[in-house]
Design a protein around this ligand. Structure first.
Ligand SMILES: Cc1cc2nc3c(=O)[nH]c(=O)nc-3n(C[C@H](O)[C@H](O)[C@H](O)COP(=O)(O)O)c2cc1C
Ligand code: SF4
Length: 449
């Protein structure tokens, strides 16, 4: 089959975008970012407090952070919200209502962590939940079994049967249906960042000899389950390329494999794709930037780190590994642009690009350069620092003035989440700068958009 080259008209950030028949008012989105809201009595208020400001400031699409489709197990980090209970998801409907009040659209991201779940890495969680089964695509790969022997991970994985793969896909479909009933506009699949959907796509994790050995098959089964239960709601997914895996670790999903997978998902009926370069491990390849030394040293989080990693020396070793990673995955501008551009040339559906995008000139280049990389552009960490960031970036003259985010990619917001702390910007100088901008009216929505 000869590759199709799709020619499309270039776009501006403020142009609307249709994804599967749902129109976003512009092409700026808040990428999925854990809110750590849980399922308690304040969960929905926490979600609204975290996400509504982005919509109020004009974001075309707000993506809620990953939510878990099962009532037990599968959480990649503490405090994740579960969406297996229709009554709870109906209560979450206050969030889409709040976003819609500002003219924005909202996606819910559906996830199961598989071998990345807390059952495998979080010491305290394992001790408190000894009976929770670990769910795997195949037996854990050898490098992860080595980390098990060294005491950093703990595997006792149950490999899904073919029928159980369909059961899991059905859980995604059920949660999608609850979300659509609650008013969400799009379903976003956590297809990358080492969750179970990624694990199905990855030759590192997937050594199955049934139909689910095909890297696209679980994506297809999930989409079918969503279509059956939730109708024709637009469905987007992240799609991984394991280009950042350490040398010698494999086999991995190459950039070419990712492009091929994206074409399959386009043909299967996915409505938007978010290609991301990642590793096979849950490491800094998805959050490139500095070593967050301040948050590792912060006494307030010490007990949480010990609970997560088992002891102070073990937490210190994890911090050392984090430091080594930061040398490899240092700050990088728009690190997925080339992958997105390649995918966009080969698929018909919109391509969303995120990862290290930090200023309006870069956004404009991604959307309307000679060969655009994306149909919409997203950011994650900058929204912790500036929840109303879109107001600054969407101004008509933001490109000329080179408007940039205040986030410095220091990653101090990331590590405390392992200790159960909420996702917030933790760098005082950055928060001060955002405060000054707020005082100067930079986040007021003007009429010049
Ligand atoms: C603390 C934190 C939590 C994240 N949670 C999610 C998530 O729930 N789902 C997801 O697909 N990506 C998640 N990401 C990845 C982001 O969506 C995004 O791809 C990544 O941070 C790169 O974008 P940025 O450079 O603008 O931060 C998370 C990133 C961070 C820093
Ligand atoms: S702590 Fe603040 S400045 Fe640092 S990466 Fe997070 S949001 Fe950005």
């Amino acid at each position: 089959m000869s590759p199709t080259v799709v020619l499309r008209v270039v776009a501006r950030l403020t142009d609307p975008l249709s994804i599967g028949g749902v129109t976003l008012p512009n092409r700026l989105y808040r990428a999925p970012l854990l809110e750590c809201a849980g399922n308690g009595p304040d969960a929905v208020d926490t979600l609204i407090a975290d996400l509504e400001p982005a919509a109020a400031a004009g974001a075309g699409l707000v993506c809620q952070g990953a939510t878990i489709v099962r009532g037990e197990g599968g959480c990649a980090a503490p405090g994740m919200t579960r969406v297996h209970d229709p009554d709870f998801v109906a209560e979450m409907g206050r969030l889409p209502d709040a976003v819609h009040d500002h003219g924005g659209r909202i996606a819910i991201q559906l996830e199961h962590g598989g071998l990345r779940s807390m059952e495998t890495w979080h010491h305290g969680h394992r001790a408190r939940n000894p009976g929770v089964e670990q769910v795997a695509v195949s037996e854990p790969p050898r490098p992860l079994r080595l980390l098990d022997r060294l005491g950093f991970l703990s595997y006792d994985a149950h490999v899904l049967t073919t029928e159980e793969c369909y059961d899991l896909a059905a859980d995604f479909g059920r949660s999608a249906a609850y979300a659509v009933d609650a008013g969400y506009d799009l379903i976003h699949l956590a297809g990358a960042n080492m969750g179970i959907v990624h694990q199905f796509a990855s030759p590192f994790y997937n050594r199955r000899d049934d139909e689910f050995g095909d890297p696209a098959r679980f994506f297809e089964a999930v989409l079918a389950a969503i279509r059956e239960r939730a109708g024709d709601v637009p469905v987007a997914t992240k799609v991984p390329a394991e280009t950042e895996a350490p040398p010698g670790v494999g086999p991995t999903l190459s950039a070419d494999d990712c492009v091929r997978l994206c074409r399959r998902l386009d043909s299967a009926g996915y409505d938007a794709l978010v290609p991301v370069n990642a590793s096979v491990f849950w490491d800094m390849s998805i959050v490139r930037g500095a070593f967050p030394g301040d948050s590792w040293r912060d006494e307030r989080f010490r007990d949480g780190y010990v609970d997560a990693f088992g002891s102070r020396p073990r937490a210190a070793l994890v911090a050392a590994a984090n430091w080594a990673e930061s040398l490899v995955y240092s700050r990088e501008s728009a690190w997925n642009d080339e992958l997105c551009r390649r995918v966009r040339e080969r698929v018909d559906v919109p391509v969303l690009c995120e990862g290290g995008i930090r200023d309006r000139p870069t956004i404009d280049r991604l959307l309307d350069g000679s060969t655009p990389a994306a149909d919409a552009v997203g950011m994650a960490r900058p929204f912790y620092a500036e929840p109303e960031l879109p107001a600054r970036l969407l101004r008509a003259d933001a490109g000329e003035r080179g408007v940039a985010v205040v986030c410095e990619d220091c990653n101090n917001c990331v590590v405390p989440q392992a200790a159960g702390e909420p996702g917030v910007c933790r760098t005082p100088s950055v928060l001060r700068r955002a405060g000054e901008l707020r005082k100067a009216g930079a986040y007021d929505r003007g009429d010049d958009r």
